[in-house]
Design a protein around this ligand. Structure first.
Ligand code: TXA
Ligand code: MG
Length: 328
């Protein structure tokens, strides 16, 4: 790569895809768009590549990464897929659902990517991430393409703001359509465990599986609670975040939802409405862009209107709670 090559290249440009493949084959990592958020991808079977992801993100290396596959065929080569997991893949792939399955010993996935667990989170995303995994013939390990603990990126510019100078290439596929990370589930004997709410709603999973969908209780036997995205303080902007605001103070910014704004809004420092019409899908797509926009030292206080906890609202409220959590 020449030094003056632009780091952001069009994901629809075959030459850019070629460069991305070359980098992945050489054990480098590349930022790649998906329908949920941008991912920082490396060949999951290449320890150097996976290590570069952790280095670029500044992420603790004991946290497992999602492995992205082009189809159920590759999923089956990597892990044991029980019938219910298979039904969920058939219903939601390609899409915003990650399914935790038991790893096959001969999968070739580097233990750094799975944090040494005997399970792997598998997802087949829409678009270029899957195309790259297919062309490579290997799964792509990819966390969200941001510095650890910060807001997940939903645009190439957003990735560049976080990781410029730390990674060789960002493929630009435009704004992420879903805007929150994938839903993570694990099939249990008599129910589906919802490990992280995300772009596919709890209700949709219950309907497709015919099983109850339960949030596991936090405990030592549950490795996910120690991983990023599950840490209590995460996605944090610089300013203090106040949730379920029924009114706005004059020194606050307002993150709004729906057509009816709370008392005091006309005196607020600024307003970002996630969805003026009150559409949860639109609000999810706009969430991380809004959090990134208010992540400025000059913005000290942020009030967030209540968001209904149904459908994609569950994922939105989960991320907002983490953004508002006490920091260290
Ligand atoms: O939409 C998404 O999921 C995005 C895009 C890039 O695919 N990725 C993403 O990755 O959000 P990340 O690393 O930010 O979050 C991955 C989550 C972590 O919380 C981790 O604990 C969980 O997936 N995870 C991965 N493998 C797991 C496993 N074997 N068991 C339990 N949880 C796992
Ligand atoms: Mg993340």
């Amino acid at each position: 790569r020449k030094i003056d090559d632009p780091i952001i290249r069009d994901a629809n440009d075959p030459a850019a895809i070629g460069q991305a493949l070359e980098l992945l084959r050489a054990g480098q990592c590349v930022a790649v768009p998906t329908e949920t958020v941008y991912g920082l991808a490396a060949d999951a079977t290449n320890g150097d590549g996976v290590a570069r992801i952790f280095a670029a993100k500044g992420r603790p290396s004991f946290n497992p990464l999602i492995c992205h596959v082009p189809d159920m065929g590759m999923a089956d080569r990597l892990a044991f897929i029980d019938p219910l997991s298979e039904a969920l893949m058939a219903a939601f792939w390609p899409g915003a659902l990650t399914i935790v399955c038991r790893l096959r010993e001969e999968s070739g996935i580097h233990p750094l990517a799975t944090a040494g667990l005997d399970t792997v989170g598998l997802r087949s995303p829409v678009g270029v991430m899957s195309a790259l995994a297919r062309a490579l013939g290997q799964p792509l390990a990819a966390p969200s393409a941001n510095k650890s603990g910060r807001v997940s990126p939903t645009s190439a510019a957003h990735v560049a703001a976080s990781l410029e100078g730390r990674i060789p290439l960002i493929l630009d596929g435009g704004a992420a359509r879903v805007g929150v990370e994938s839903t993570i589930v694990r099939v249990e004997a008599d129910h589906i465990a919802l490990l992280r709410p995300g772009g596919i709603s709890r209700g949709a999973i219950a309907q497709a599986s015919g099983r109850p969908v339960r949030t596991p209780s936090r405990g030592a036997s549950n490795p996910i609670v120690t991983a990023p995205g599950q840490l209590t303080s995460h996605y944090a902007p610089t300013g203090a975040v106040r949730l379920d605001a029924e009114h706005v103070e004059p020194h606050e910014w307002l993150i709004a939802f729906g057509p009816r704004l709370p008392e005091g809004h006309d005196a607020a420092r600024g307003i970002i409405n996630l969805s003026p019409s009150g559409d949860l899908r639109e609000a999810a797509a706009n969430l991380f862009g809004a959090l990134a926009a208010i992540d400025r030292p000059a913005i000290r206080a942020i009030a967030v209107m209540p968001i209904p906890d149904e459908g994609l609202g569950e994922a939105i409220n989960d991320r907002l709670k983490r953004a508002a959590a006490p920091r260290d």
